[in-house]
Ligand binder design. Structure first.
Ligand code: CMC
Length: 426
């Protein structure tokens, strides 16, 4: 392939530059197409459109590869920890030991939230979905931290990133506690990120909370698996919201809203509901037939980018087994249903032909439930972990000199221009 592509329309030829990244398909740069050929391109759902340049995450969906700053997700999940991955996503390199110490301290010392902030929770109904609380509460952060909302100041950008990574577990745990009618638990600086979060969720004043290293490690790994995933719906939402210069807290709230949908972050909750509804292994054939009859989707399967096994699903499946063993639930009937359903789907031509493989959400619901979370908290945990990806992508966009406000165009298929008709003549 050459360095230019020729586009021909109505006898006119326009030469367009071809750009190449480190990896992945070449990209035809169509920025000047409209000016030179007076046409738009049409790509709803962004099937063939790169919306930005990024150095953060690379996915090869055909090969089932996911890299953060070049490092494979499997290695990060096995050998790193979530805060180290946060540093990597934000700064581009793994931290040295002193750099990590400073970063960890920064995050740890931003975990508390303004005392007045707690009143927001009281305004929600007891039965509010915790994602509804997250969308509102995270947006409200911009009303409290005015000293880190100037997007043009690099220091403020970094403080807002630290604040969001640090405060998200505190807000998520409060949303959970509120729904349970239990008192809020304050963060403890001597605990690790994952340990602190689990304690804020599961400790009660009536008894001491004892950390479990297997469950803490599993929580940390689940955070790593969800940390970033390049230009998905919620990340693109954060970038688009931020392209107008909106403050980072408001942009992350927009990302949370987008994540909530059942085709995106809401899939883990839907997937566990689906497995619970199937209930027993003998009901699988009937369920699979319903998918083939297009009455419903097999949740936790399929992906816009992965046309192979989602590498996150491999780690999640292993984590699932570890957690269930630790809590003594290896024979959980829902796990048996999931394993058998996966086997059936992977051998069924309907799924094979469409290249539908398990994604990260297939085993995450079972794992999170075994950790003690109810289904409505699953997407909240996804949002908590994805916050670093959103903020790293937002920062990268603001710091990109070619950044412009996002403004897609359209094919207008409505009524042509016409004159207003008074009501008595319609
Ligand atoms: N179950 C049954 N059929 C499916 C599924 C599924 N989960 N996913 C896709 N298909 C079929 C779809 O009906 C279509 O068939 P046909 O070509 O005969 O019309 C074909 O596969 C291609 O699907 P598509 O809808 O064009 O693919 P997409 O890239 O637009 O959608 C997706 C990707 C993730 C939205 C979709 O696979 C889906 O809805 N999956 C279930 C929800 C889910 O698990 N989401 C989590 C994604 S991973 C976590 C995250 O990133 O948030």
């Amino acid at each position: 392939m050459g360095n230019t592509a020729k586009f021909e329309i109505d006898g006119k030829t326009v030469e367009l530059p071809v750009l190449r990244g480190t990896d992945g398909p070449a990209v035809v740069d169509i920025r000047k197409l409209y000016a030179e050929a007076d046409v738009f391109t049409y790509d709803p759902g962004f099937m063939s459109t790169a919306s930005c340049e990024s150095k953060i995450t690379f996915i090869d969906g055909d090969a089932g590869i996911l890299l953060h700053r070049g490092y494979p997700i499997m290695e990060l999940a096995e050998k790193s920890n979530f805060l180290e991955v946060c540093y990597l996503l934000l700064h581009g390199e793994l931290p040295s030991a002193p750099e990590f110490e400073v970063f960890e301290k920064n995050i740890t010392y931003h975990t508390m939230i303004h005392e007045q902030f707690d009143r927001f929770f009281m305004g929600f109904r007891r039965d509010a979905h915790p994602m509804a609380i997250m969308t509102g509460a995270v947006g409200a952060l911009s009303a409290f931290y005015h000293d880190s909302t100037n997007v043009n100041d690099p220091a403020q950008r970094m403080i807002s990133a630290h604040r969001m990574i640090a405060k998200m577990p505190t807000i998520a745990a409060r949303a959970f506690k509120y729904s349970r009618g239990q008192p809020f638990v304050f963060p403890r600086n001597e605990l690790s990120y994952a340990e602190n979060f689990l304690r804020m969720c599961f400790s009660v004043p009536a008894e001491d909370w004892v950390p479990n290293p297997v469950l803490t490690r599993a929580m940390d790994r689940i955070f790593i698996l969800h940390a970033d995933h390049e230009q998905n719906a919620s990340t693109s939402t954060v970038r688009l919201a931020g392209s107008s210069g909106a403050n980072p807290f408001a942009c992350i709230a927009a990302g949370i809203a987008s994540l909530w949908g059942p085709k995106h972050g809401g899939a883990n909750e839907e997937c566990l509901n689906m497995l619970t509804d199937i209930g027993t292994v003998d009901k699988i054939p009937e369920f699979v037939q319903g998918v083939k009859d297009r009455r419903y989707l097999l949740m936790g399967f399929g992906h816009r980018v992965y046309k192979n096994y989602d590498p996150r699903a491999t780690v999640m499946q292993k984590t699932c087994h570890e957690v269930l063993k630790e809590v003594g639930a290896e024979n959980d009937p829902i796990l048996q249903v999931a394993m058998e359903l996966e086997k059936v789907a992977l051998n069924d031509p309907y799924f094979v032909e469409r290249k539908l493989y398990p994604n990260v959400d297939f085993y995450s619901g079972i794992t999170l439930r075994a950790l003690g979370f109810p289904p409505e908290m699953f997407t909240v945990l996804f949002a908590l972990a994805r916050t670093v990806g959103w903020i790293a992508q937002w920062k990268e966009m603001i710091e990109d000199p070619s950044q412009k406000i996002g403004r897609p165009r359209q094919i207008y298929t409505g009524a042509p221009a016409r004159s207003f008709v008074p009501v008595d003549k319609r």
